[in-house]
Each structure stands twice: as C-alpha cells, then as structure tokens.
Design a protein around this ligand. Structure first.
Ligand code: SRM
Ligand code: SF4
Length: 577
C-alpha cells in the first residue's frame, strides 16, 4: 500500500474506537475470503454453511436463505430449514448477451426455485433456491459464459450501475465502458473465488494482497454508479459514490463526483437515516480510477468498524465532515476537484417500447413487473425472453428499475422481436402507467429480513391504486410508487413519491414527497397502516392533488407545496435547478 493511501496521523483521532464488530474478525481471519468454505461445501450433513462461512460466501455473491413460507412447518417436523443459496451476478451496467441469457435461463430452469430469474434494482439478476450440491456447477456455468458473482455482496464495492436509457447511445457506450473499468479496478484481488468455485490452482503466495480494499475489506457495503444526465434511472442518491457524466459536443470529458448517498434506516433508531449524496466537484476522465480508489480507501480507513449500523460512507461523511473527507480524497488522488459542472436530472423512468439508438439500431424496453421472470399460466415471460434471445443479434440491458431492454435491434428484426414479446406477455398494452411506475423489493418468502410483503403485495395493490386514479378522473397518471418489505430499502421506497416501508405483517409506514428526478427523500406521513388504510389515505390525497395541482404538478411536489408533509433538506440544491 503506498503512503498516499494510508491515513495521515492527524486524521487518526477520527477513527472510531471500541470493540470491533465481529464481521471484522471474520474478514481478518478469512485468508482473503477463503475461510473454510471449500470444506463446508463437502459437508453432506447440512444444506447450509457454518459459522463464519455464512458471512464469507456473500463476498462471492451468495446469501444463504430458506423459504420462510415453510420454515415453521419444517421446524414442527424437527427438520433444519431448507437451506439454499441466492446468487447475485456481477453485471456492470446490466449488459448481458443473448447467448449468456440462454445459459442462465437453462440453469434457472434446472436448479432454481420455480425456475425463476429475478432482475434486481441494481441492474443484475438473481437465482433463488440453489441447493448446496449445485453451487459449484452454477459458478462454473457462469464462468464458461464470462459471468461471475465476485463482490456483488459483502463489504466491498458492489455491482456498478450505469444509466441504461439508450437514447444517447454514444455517450451511453462511453459511460458503460467506465462502469466496467471502475468495477474491475475496485474488485477484490484475492484468488479465493477461482480456487473455491472454479477449481483454480491454490496460491500459497504470501504476496497476495488487497491494495485497495485491504485485508479486512471495507467497513460496510459500498455502491457506485455512472450516470448519464438527464436520466437518473440508477437513482444515484441511493449510492456511496456517483460519477455523473459531463459531455462536450456529445463526447464525455469527465465526471461530477457525488459521495455519500444511501437509503437504509432502522425503525426506531434515529442514528440511522436515508441521505442524499454530496457534490464533491468535477474531475477529468484520466483521474477517474484514482479518484474512485481514493474515495474507497478513505471510507475504508475512516468508516466505522465498531458499529455496522453507522458504518456506511453517508455516516462517515456526517461524522468526520464533508470537507475533511473530501480533502483526504484529494490528497490520496493527488487531485483538487474543480467546481461541479452544471447538469440536470429530469426523471427516472424507463422509456418503454421502441426507441431509436446507435447506428440506426433500435431498442425495445420491456416492463417486467418486480423484475420477476417466471412462466405462469397465461404469462410465459421467462420462455418469452428465451425465445427472443434465440433470435436477437444485439444485447440485453437490465435496468435499475428491474426492467429489460432488448438493445441493438436491426430495423429488419423489429417486427419479429415485437411479435415474440407480445405472444409471451412481455408487452401488455393493458398495463397502466401507474403499474409501470411501481417497484417492490423481493421480500417474502426468501428475504430473511422481511417484515412485510413487497413483491407479492404490489400487483394487487396497484390494481386498487389504478381504481383510485380512475375514480378521480386521472387513469393515465402515474405516481412513483415503491414498496420495500423492511427499512433496509432495497426497493428504494425512500426515493419514491409514495413509499411504503414494511413495519410488520400487513403493516407499512407511508412516506410521501419524493420528486420525479430522485433528488428528494420522502417524509414519514403515517405509521403502521394496513392496505385499506393506505388506500384510504391515498384516495384523499390524490383527490386533493387532482383538484388543486398547478400546471402538471407531480404528486410528490404537490404534497410538499400543499404543506401535507414538510420539505426534507437536499444538499446543494442549486445544481438540480
Ligand atoms: Fe438489498 C439486504 C435484496 C438493492 C439495502 N437486500 C438484502 C438481502 C440480501 C437480505 C439479506 O441481507 O439477507 C435481500 C435479499 C432478498 C432476496 O431474497 O433476494 C436484498 N437488495 C435486494 C434486491 C434483490 C432487491 C430487489 O428487489 O431488486 C436488490 C439487489 C441489488 C443488487 O443487485 O445488488 C437490493 N438493497 C438494495 C438497495 C437499492 C439500491 O442499492 O439501489 C438498497 C438501498 C440503498 C442502500 O444501500 O442504502 C439495499 N439490502 C439493503 C440493506 C441495508 C444496507 C444498510 O445500509 O444498512 C440490507 C441489509 C444489510 O446490508 O444489512 C440489504
Ligand atoms: Fe429484504 Fe428488506 Fe431488502 Fe426488502 S428491503 S429485500 S425485505 S432486506
């Protein structure tokens, strides 16, 4: 590690003192993420991973889970929970080729729960329900097609997002290349993944090290985006580190950097809160990787390793102060940020249907409710995707709204692809605008942290919300509506105009007042409501909005202007004007 990337003595008092969180011991003793995972894998007595390995497999992109719908029943029968793993792939910018798609489709059909593929809010896919005996095969299948799951979970830099809206195709291509480069640059360098899952040669070298992440990796998960304004489909304010593309004459010249966004909180714990990211300033392209590493290593050295609830970059910034954090990044990167260049964010939705893109090619954005690709009676969505993959010559892009773009379609192939999409229910003209503006996290039955339903709650709730909008004479309006099964906020309800945050079975907190561009955190309006009570509240509020709104005012803006909720402070608001 070079001196630039070590904490200077004068900042040492800012390091939080106390008993380190147990995850620090686990990482430190893991021999760069190896632990005894390989031994556990051979143990036939349990379907799960034991002791520290339960945490360590996350750094390899997997979580141990069980089906919560049948947990009690199995406990009654004195059986251990039906342990399986969820895998999350690494897909910077969400780009996947048709042949890769066909391979993941085939794996899912054989080895995942109900054969499903789940697109996530961070532009990748998850397999749920993979048995221990199939894990190695899963990694080897992915490896054969050029996909891995390194660092998609754990205390590392996660899958790097990149604006997927394809209208500005050339800029998108450049931005996407940077998303890949940043992802590669910040990846763990340990060979543990190759050794354990791909039967790679064991390296006994003492020189193996983690120059950026360090031997105990980061204090907490870390999230990065590359954003092409005006689209904020990646929801940059949910992320630790954000590179906002600045172009001159259509060419990328550099990035504005924003640091310290994040959405999670814990019910009843005021030391935890959602927070928008702060502007650090502009940097030219050739400083990108150095600055990225400088932000990561600053958070590595100053982040709270005692209390994981306050360990993310957003809390480090608030604790040490923005100026101190920024100055340390500048010192490490040997770069003084230029003033932030003006940019504008206008919205977050995906452009559904056909859009024209690069080289006269076309892109078809498909709405995938909750990102769940599964074959159900009358809705063979997963088969539809496979059918498209068999004929498609371009690529697919997963969006951060859990949707999917069939990208780079030649004029001559448009009709065939659209016909396949329609035939399999992947285009449904009956879907309301409201449905296409709604999103939910996975939640039950696989998420161990879920307090209330989200993905299974959303579709029927949107039917009822559609009814409310129709009753008020605005059936084509849409409110950014998101449900998240607990306050961790995976469905990004804390950047919605209307956000529901799970509180307990069937109960949600109702937050109001996010804006269309995703720069405003909504405010808690009512607590612990059931479905009927939520609809009753929304019915009244939507009625007021329709009667009193000014010039196409959005619902989120209206509830603030009308004083229904108080505004939340946004840092450096000028840049969003
Ligand atoms: Fe998340 C944990 C699912 C995006 C904040 N998240 C989980 C786990 C792994 C539960 C667990 O720890 O055991 C969930 C697995 C459910 C399942 O069965 O699949 C889970 N998170 C998801 C996904 C799949 C939701 C979705 O419906 O798409 C998203 C996967 C993203 C990816 O591909 O990497 C997902 N998670 C998010 C987001 C949104 C985002 O990043 O844009 C957030 C809020 C932003 C943020 O980080 O502040 C988010 N997830 C969390 C947290 C709270 C972190 C914190 O700061 O405290 C946890 C719990 C934790 O880390 O302790 C968590
Ligand atoms: Fe699970 Fe909570 Fe994340 Fe939903 S928000 S997937 S319930 S951790």
């Amino acid at each position: 590690m070079s001196n630039e990337h070590r904490l200077p003595a004068e900042l040492a008092p800012l390091v939080v003192q106390g008993t380190l969180a147990d995850n620090e011991r686990i990482k430190g003793q893991s021999q760069l993420l190896r632990g005894t995972i390989a031994e556990d894998l051979k143990d036939p007595l349990t379907g799960g991973f034991t002791a520290d390995n339960f945490q360590l497999i996350r750094f390899h992109g997997m979580y141990q889970q069980d089906d919560r719908d049948i947990r009690a029943e199995r406990a009654e029968q004195k059986l251990e929970p039906l342990h399986t793993v969820m895998l999350r792939a690494r897909m910077p910018g969400g780009v996947i080729t048709p042949s890769q798609w066909l391979a993941i489709d085939a794996f899912a059909a054989e080895h995942t729960h109900a054969g499903s593929i789940r697109l996530t809010t961070r532009q990748t896919f998850q397999f749920h329900g993979v048995l221990k005996r199939d894990i190695k095969q899963m990694h080897q299948t992915l490896n054969r097609i050029g996909i891995d799951s390194i660092a998609t979970a754990g205390d590392v830099n996660r899958n790097v997002l990149c604006t997927s809206n394809p209208e500005q195709s050339e800029l998108h291509t450049e931005a996407y290349e940077w998303a890949k480069k940043i992802s590669e640059h910040l990846l763990p360098k340990t060979r543990a993944y190759a050794e354990i899952w791909l039967d790679g040669e064991k390296v006994e070298s003492t020189e193996e090290e983690e120059p950026i992440l360090g031997k105990t990796y980061l204090p907490r998960k870390f999230k990065t985006t590359v954003v092409v304004p005006p689209h904020n489909d990646v929801d940059l304010h949910a992320n630790d580190m954000n590179f906002v593309a600045i172009a001159e004459q259509g060419k990328l010249v550099g990035f504005n950097l924003l640091v310290g966004g994040g959405l999670a909180m814990t019910h009843g714990d005021e030391s935890t809160y959602p927070r928008t990211a702060d502007e650090f300033g502009f940097l030219p392209l050739d400083k990108t990787l150095e600055v990225a590493a400088a932000v990561v290593t600053t958070q590595r050295d100053l982040g709270n390793r005692v209390n994981r609830k306050n360990a993310k970059t957003k809390y480090t910034l608030d604790r040490v102060g923005l100026e101190v954090f920024k100055a340390e990044v500048e010192r490490r990167a040997d770069w003084a940020f230029e003033p932030t260049r003006p940019y504008r964010l206008t919205g977050r939705g995906d452009a559904f249907g056909w859009t024209a893109g690069i080289d006269g090619k076309h892109n078809l954005t498909l709405f995938i409710e909750n990102g769940r690709l599964l074959d159900t009676p009358g809705k063979p969505l997963k088969s539809g995707m496979a059918a498209i993959a068999r004929v498609h010559q371009g690529e697919f892009r997963m969006t951060a709204n859990q949707n999917l773009v069939v990208a780079g379609v030649a004029e001559a192939d448009k009709a065939a692809i659209e016909a396949l999409a329609r035939e399999h229910g992947l285009i449904n003209d009956g879907h309301s605008n409201q449905r296409k503006s709604a999103m939910a996290c996975v939640s039950l039955p696989t998420c161990p942290l879920a307090m209330a339903e989200a993905e299974r709650f959303l579709p029927d709730f949107v039917d009822r919300l559609d009814g409310v909008l129709a009753q008020h004479g605005v059936p084509d309006e849409a409110i950014i509506f998101r449900v998240t099964g607990c306050p961790n906020g995976c469905g990004r309800a804390m950047l919605a105009e209307v956000g529901l945050v799970g509180k307990g079975p069937g109960k949600y907190n109702l937050h109001l007042g996010g804006n269309l561009s995703g720069t405003r955190i909504p405010k808690l309006y009512r607590e612990n409501l059931d479905e009927d009570a939520i609809l009753a509240e929304l019915d009244g509020l939507i009625g007021q909005w329709v009667a009193q709104r000014q010039d196409g005012e959005s619902f989120g803006d209206f509830v603030l202007r009308a004083g229904i909720v108080a505004p939340v402070v946004v840092p450096k608001q000028d840049f969003y004007a």
